[in-house]
Design a protein around this ligand. Structure first.
Ligand SMILES: NC(=O)c1ccc[n+]([C@@H]2O[C@H](COP(=O)([O-])OP(=O)(O)OC[C@H]3O[C@@H](n4cnc5c(N)ncnc54)[C@H](O)[C@@H]3O)[C@@H](O)[C@H]2O)c1
Ligand SMILES: [Fe+2]
Length: 381
């Protein structure tokens, strides 16, 4: 069976195997006739990018490509992208890739014609209202991974290279006008990226579900998102060509991004700091950190995690869920400790300060402070 979806929430989503063929039509429908295709350096050398460029060219959209994007993209990548976008006189962005390329593509569109620096739009309070929304060109997002859900998100994450911190930039119009979610595009992901991105989706749902804020819509979406990852991530790990499970993973990724409107938590606050200093993969870092954060939050989330466990078919309430998480990580080959990703104890103080000032941590069920974050790092490393 192949899964197909034509959804309008939270944006237009065309999900299904082979739907990348609709790219030209998607651009046309949002008024893009001369897009800049934005992807990262690694994807640029794979046949997937040539295929997408070919589709654009065939539909009369030209074949302009920007690829200067690191995993964990930076402000330098953004500046280069804006320069290319303006120089080529483009009228929209097609962002192709995992979260790194999608975020940077979205931010190029957002920042191309703003007059303030990008940091003025950090996702704090109503900063976003400072932006001129009328000059933001349309974005079509084409995910090649199933994790961040950036294709349906209103934020982009970039590193401020001067301050050495990851910042979340937010504006409602960063939301792509259309996301084409073609599970066939995710088949070529290396195994560790399939696992890391899949765990990012799971953890978006878990942290959103655990956040104390009131948002029952997100609560329901988070719960079903966790169920999809629990069932389908092992299936795509066992068989990379399982398109049906790949489609479910793409849905789960989108659901995670919708759910975390309810808030994230300490897993992301810690993972962002580690990612900046050690350039580790975002989702894999989250997965390593997850059990220690669950243990910290236990007394605040025990009841609701017990309810989730019942829905997920896990026996034993919170403790059963905790043991499931450990076993799930083991079967997926996820390292137990951050030191296995190259993280040492020497920069814990610096990472603690970074984690404390990361807005993701502000909705952690147990309020974060210097003491408990230092303890978390000690436990995770
Ligand atoms: N915007 C958001 O809401 C949001 C949410 C979570 C994370 N993020 C950010 O997203 C970034 C991480 O994104 P990610 O986890 O998707 O990883 P990524 O985009 O950095 O990609 C990881 C690697 O996988 C490769 N890759 C991706 N798809 C592939 C495919 N189909 N075939 C072969 N290789 C492929 C990429 O080239 C890259 O080398 C981080 O910067 C993180 O902070 C953003
Ligand atoms: Fe994430």
């Amino acid at each position: 069976m192949s899964l197909v979806g034509d959804w309008s929430y939270p944006t237009t989503i065309r999900l299904g195997a082979g739907r990348i063929q609709e790219l030209g039509d998607a651009c046309d429908s949002v008024g893009i006739h001369k897009p800049l295709l934005v992807t990262d350096r690694i994807l640029a050398n794979l046949s997937i990018t040539q295929r997408v460029l070919g589709l654009l060219e065939k539909s009369g959209c030209g074949s302009s490509l920007f690829t200067k994007i690191e995993p964990n993209p930076t402000d330098t990548n953004l500046e280069a992208g804006i320069y290319t976008f303006k120089k080529g006189d483009h009228d929209g962005i097609v962002a192709l890739g995992g979260g790194s390329a999608l975020d940077l593509g979205k931010l190029i569109a957002f920042m191309a014609y703003q007059t303030r620096p990008v940091w003025d739009f950090e996702d704090v309070g109503d900063n976003w209202t400072r932006a001129n929304a009328a000059v933001i060109p349309p974005i079509v997002a084409v995910p090649t991974a199933a994790g961040t859900g950036s294709e349906v998100g209103r934020a982009g994450v970039i590193i401020n290279s001067r301050e050495q911190v990851k910042k979340i930039i937010f504006h409602p119009k960063i939301l792509p006008s259309i996301a084409i979610c073609d599970p066939e595009l995710t088949v070529g992901m290396p195994l560790n990226i399939t696992v890391g991105t899949g765990m990012d989706a799971f953890i978006h749902c878990l942290e959103a579900f655990s956040s104390p804020l009131y948002h029952p819509m997100c609560q329901g979406i988070a719960l079903e998102g966790m169920r999809l990852v629990k069932k389908h991530l092992p299936l795509v790990v066992a068989d990379a060509n399982n398109i049906e499970s790949r489609a479910h993973m793409m849905s789960a990724a989108a659901m995670g991004a919708v759910a975390f409107q309810k808030g994230l938590g300490a897993i992301h606050a810690i993972s962002h700091s580690v990612g900046v200093l050690y350039n580790t993969h975002h989702g894999m870092t989250n997965a390593v950190v997850m059990p220690s954060v669950l243990a910290l939050n236990k007394r605040a989330i025990e009841n609701r995690i017990s309810k989730a466990s019942a829905y997920l078919g896990i026996k034993g309430g919170f403790d059963g869920f905790y043991n499931f998480v450990l076993e799930f990580r083991r079967t997926l080959g996820i390292p137990d400790k951050l030191r296995e990703l190259g993280v040492g104890h020497d920069r814990v103080e610096q990472m603690t300060e970074m984690a404390l000032s990361d807005p993701s941590g502000h909705s952690n069920p147990i309020p974060l402070n210097r003491g408990n974050v230092m303890e978390l790092f000690a436990a995770c490393i």
